[in-house]
Design a binder for this molecule. Structure first.
Ligand code: ADP
Ligand code: MG
Length: 397
């Protein structure tokens, strides 16, 4: 990576302003999934150990520019304190005289959590004055919030105009290493598995991967727009009629390209996509008018798993079916297991996308793949080949 990292700077005695992604789910004031907090521990511990003053900032939810107690970062600060086994000072705000006074009193090794940056509408507007106020709190800026790096906001981009150096934290580095390595210098065969409900969210990913990957495996709801383009009966399955031409075009381009694009050969269907429903398996040319497809079928599971197991690099974005319902979770689980096997055999396997990450966790396989990205939207934009503004803003080496 051509950006400065935590290891390139002297942190001792410095006020280190760190953008983390503590946008965690809460239930009655308690953090229900602390993955994002845990993932930022290496960066925070490094700053503590080096004698820096660690000042954390994040957004949480959508308070829409207003102070709202339900979006306070206090529960995240408490959870972090438990994980670090040391106190975490909760700041009254994220900018202003009072916060500056508390920061002034900090001693090396102490940790402070600023209040939600989205309590100010200026954050998402990337307002320079607001960014300058944030910048008054730090001598060094660290971005460890990969999940927010695709947005040019005051705490991810604007602030870097005022604090130098601006460096990448360990989580940011890890995300960029895995995603970057997969795309730039992949060991082959390089396989992409793409699913999810819609083709529309993934067009740019498919476009960017054409020519780069050896095989694209298509699953999930988006497969039925491709089948529609092939003139097949898809029953009541999810389809985007305005994307049928595009699907047709992509199939044609796949034929002309060196990238192979595979579609499911069978589907698991039901009268409705709900729990405890009776399901049936249909070949892809045998769907009936009353069928709704909720998952890939067993033949496709086997075929896709074989391709994945032989791969040396795998990028996966989008579940193969409605994995949230047990009746339609089998295909997604088969793919997750195949990724785990490929990883064991030495492949680099990367899971991007919020729901895909949730699926891998649901099956307890998050530690059996090389990397599960913490940033849904950001990993998608990375796979689309876009430059992430929060990364671009960091100081060059
Ligand atoms: P990610 O968050 O990993 O990028 P997406 O948001 O694109 O994934 O898609 C996830 C959603 O796609 C899941 O909620 C899943 O239920 C849905 N899905 C998968 N297959 C189907 C299908 N055949 N019909 C309808 N929805 C589907
Ligand atoms: Mg999603």
């Amino acid at each position: 990576m051509n950006k400065l990292t935590l290891d390139d700077v002297d942190l001792s005695g410095k006020r280190v302003l760190v953008r983390v992604d503590f946008n965690v789910p809460l239930d009655e004031g308690k953090v229900t999934d602390d993955t994002r907090i845990r993932e930022s521990l290496p960066t925070i511990k490094k700053i503590i150990a080096a004698g820096g003053k660690c000042i954390l900032m994040s957004h949480l939810g959508r308070p829409k520019g207003k102070r709202a107690i339900e979006f306070s970062l206090n529960p995240a600060a408490q959870r972090l304190s438990e994980l670090l086994k040391q106190p975490v000072i909760m700041a009254p705000d994220c900018i202003g005289d009072e916060v500056e006074r508390v920061v002034k009193k900090m001693t090396p090794g102490q940790v402070m959590m600023l209040e939600n940056v989205r309590f100010y509408a200026e954050e998402e507007k990337n307002d320079p004055d607001f960014a300058a106020k944030l910048a008054r709190l730090g001598d060094i800026y660290v971005n460890d919030a990969f999940g927010s790096a695709h947005r040019a906001h005051a705490s991810t981009e604007g602030v870097t105009q005022c604090i130098k150096p601006a460096v990448a934290g360990y989580l940011m580095q890890k995300e960029l290493r895995y995603l970057g390595q997969a795309l730039k210098n992949p060991a082959r065969p390089f396989v992409a598995v793409l699913g999810g409900s819609k083709i529309s969210g993934k067009i740019d990913v498919i476009e960017n991967l054409f020519g780069k990957v050896d095989t694209i495996l298509i699953g999930g709801g988006m497969a039925y727009t491709f089948f529609k383009a092939q003139g097949l009966e898809i029953g009541e399955s999810i389809v985007e009629m305005d994307k049928v031409d595009l699907a047709h075009d992509l199939l044609k381009r796949a034929d002309e390209n060196k990238t192979k694009l595979l579609l499911p050969s069978d589907s698991r269907v039901a009268a409705e996509l709900k729990s405890d429903v009776a399901t049936e398996i249909r070949k892809n040319d045998a769907l009936r008018e009353t069928d709704t497809a909720g998952d890939i079928g067993p033949e496709t599971e086997k075929l896709y798993a074989d391709v994945i197991r032989k791969a040396k690099t795998v990028v996966w974005n989008g579940p193969m079916g409605v994995f949230e319902i047990d009746e339609f979770a089998s295909g997604t689980k088969a793919v997750a297991l195949a990724l785990a096997e490929a990883t064991k055999a030495g492949a680099v396997t990367v899971v991007g996308g919020g729901d895909s990450a949730a699926a891998v966790k649901k099956f307890g396989l998050e530690n059996k793949v090389s990397h599960v990205s913490t940033g849904g939207g950001a990993s998608l934009e990375f796979l689309e080949g876009k430059v992430l503004p929060g990364v671009a803003a960091l100081t060059d080496k």
